[in-house]
Design a protein around this ligand. Structure first.
Ligand SMILES: [Zn+2]
Length: 387
């Protein structure tokens, strides 16, 4: 890991990058831009490896020369990494990416599709912390890049989730605009709105879209030995996010559909009848949710969001990815769920995911969500009259 051949899908982006290299017009500041789980970081690593490789082919690095071996082990002296991080000890004066290099190598070797929140959670032992890239890190970069390359043709600076730079990116403006000789910056970005426009304008943007459903399925089958039908089902929900897909392919049988159905039924009943049984049903859903463990709780919420989104499509006469029993249930629910209500519920489901991801208490969060959902269903809506 990591060569172009290891990246899931993204054929068009790969060939665009390879063509740029073949034409010898690789820009010195590149922004790989696209949503979580698309493989941008893997792409950055594969790109770095091929430009340092001693025997590259037209399609990939060789994977065996000494440059490749060092790239793959993430110990190449001319490759630098910056990534969101936290202080190792709250009493520390400095906070630097390099302090976490061991954890970084380990995490990326395990899964180059990791997302920012899981990375930070792994550094903070699950404590809810916000990671960032400090000004100290930026100053280090400027210092290191002003030195000559140790052994490669280029020095490469990879900045993973450059959003985490915040205003500190100001200090990098000059070096990105006029980098020292043979230096390449690769910024990996998910949300371009969080990047200073002055930085954006100094980089060449290469879009890395969400992974195609077919590629995602093929990846799951090849990498995790998932059955074809199961892979297809996961791809529907993962929506091009391979990181999410990998987690959903954890091998355990999931009951996301059953629990989602029970959640919807319980909230409907609470909204329409508000009896003791409806309260009991909600409590039972909350208890089952709490038992799942955090990763599977997140998977469940993603499935519930998928079900809600596709129910919305179905009720508006648009093509929906629901199938079989899902359609039956969606049709049973829609008389009580206007598009407006479904949008509101989706917003709270998103928030529920946000809090669970940040290690909030699952029981109280799920209970609060169920009550909100019931209240939304019970709301009276003004009839829209059209003339
Ligand atoms: Zn090589």
């Amino acid at each position: 890991m990591m060569q172009f051949k290891d990246i899931i899908g993204q054929a068009a982006t790969k060939s665009k990058i390879l063509q740029t290299i073949a034409d010898n017009r690789l820009p010195h500041a590149i922004m790989l831009l696209g949503p979580e789980g698309n493989g941008s970081l893997a792409m950055a690593l594969a790109l770095t490896q091929i430009i340092l490789c001693e025997n590259p082919t037209a399609t990939d690095s060789c994977g065996t020369c000494s440059q490749c071996v060092k790239s793959q082990r993430m110990i190449h002296p001319d490759i630098y990494y910056m990534y969101p991080n936290i202080k190792r000890d709250p009493k520390d004066k400095e906070q630097l990416s390099s302090e976490w290099i061991k954890e970084w190598r380990q995490a990326i070797a395990t899964n180059p599709y990791i997302n920012g929140i899981d990375w930070i959670n792994s550094l903070s032992n699950g404590e809810n912390k916000q990671g960032n890239i400090t000004i100290g890190d930026c100053h280090n970069v400027i210092k290191k890049l002003s030195l000559k390359a140790y052994e490669a043709k280029y020095k490469v600076q990879i900045v993973w989730l450059a959003e985490s730079l915040g205003p500190n990116s100001n200090s990098l403006l000059k070096i990105i605009e006029e980098p020292p000789a043979d230096t390449i910056f690769i910024l990996v970005v998910e949300n371009i709105e969080l990047i200073l426009t002055t930085i954006v304008s100094r980089t060449q943007i290469i879009k890395v879209p969400a992974v195609e459903d077919e590629d995602l399925q093929a990846g799951l089958i090849a990498q995790f030995n998932v059955q074809r039908e199961e892979a297809r089902k996961i791809a529907r929900v993962a929506d091009g996010n391979y990181y999410l897909a990998m987690k959903m392919a954890d091998g355990e049988e999931n009951t996301n559909d059953v629990l989602t159905l029970d959640l919807f039924k319980a909230c409907m009943r609470k909204a329409l009848r508000n009896d003791i049984e409806s309260v009991n049903n909600i409590q039972s859903v909350v208890a089952r949710f709490a038992e799942l463990g955090r990763e599977r709780q997140k998977n469940f919420i993603k499935y519930a969001l998928f079900f809600l989104r596709e129910t919305m499509m179905l009720s508006n006469g648009m093509p929906s990815k629901l199938e079989g029993e899902e359609i039956t249930y969606a049709q049973r629910f829609t008389p009580y769920l206007s598009t407006n209500k479904m949008q509101k519920i989706a917003l709270f489901l998103d928030k529920l995911h946000y809090y669970i991801e940040r290690n909030a208490n699952p029981k109280s969060q799920m209970l609060a969500f169920s009550i909100r959902m019931s209240n939304i269903i019970a709301e009276k809506e003004v009839e829209m009259v059209t003339y």
